[in-house]
Design a protein. Sequence first.
Length: 200
Amino acid sequence: MAQIVAATTNQKKLVELRKLLSSQEVEVIGLDRYKNYPDIEENGVSFEENASIKALAANRYTDLPAFADDSGLCVEALNGEPGIHSSRYAENDQERIAKLLNALDGQANRRAKFVCAIAIAFNGEVIETFVGEIHGVIGDAPRGANGFGYDPIFIPDGYDKTFAELPSDIKDQISHRAVAVKAAVQFVEDEMAACFNDFN
Ligand code: ITT
């Protein structure tokens, strides 16, 4: 079976990525396979740039085709923040959520979107990037235990539950990550299937 490296250190993200790719004829290898994998500085100014940095580093390190996900929550009333800084916004999920709710205290506009960029790197080059978004609102307090990150405070449009309350199958159908992965899979099927098969 063809192999591809998922360049993420976030185990919950990896679980979602593996599920989204489960119908594909591909083995998704995690970075945990590479014990001395270096820390990669995400110094890009966009989700696409950071996904590209991570995918390229993994492709160069492993010599296997690689892809990376850079994602985050963009809040309208905070001029798009935390955005690409979502993971660095505070020390852990609980503190990130508390800080965000605090920043929105008294704010009537609670519109937000999750964004996910997926970059694919192959033979030392970034081949393509894909972006998925899902729009919704920030709830008043955290609810639910599924998912990860900001899921307990994000209510997608068309639902009255947070991503952390909804079953994971629903999130996997509609999320920013699902949209970006779907576009990436379509591209690989259309344009790259031969390269992947030759390579592996
Ligand atoms: P890698 O860079 O190693 O993949 P990371 O967690 O640091 O791991 P990012 O730099 O892409 O990943 O930061 C994404 C952050 O955005 C993540 O840590 C969450 O806080 C948030 N996030 C992204 N997707 C999310 C989702 O589906 N649900 C909830 N929060 C999400």
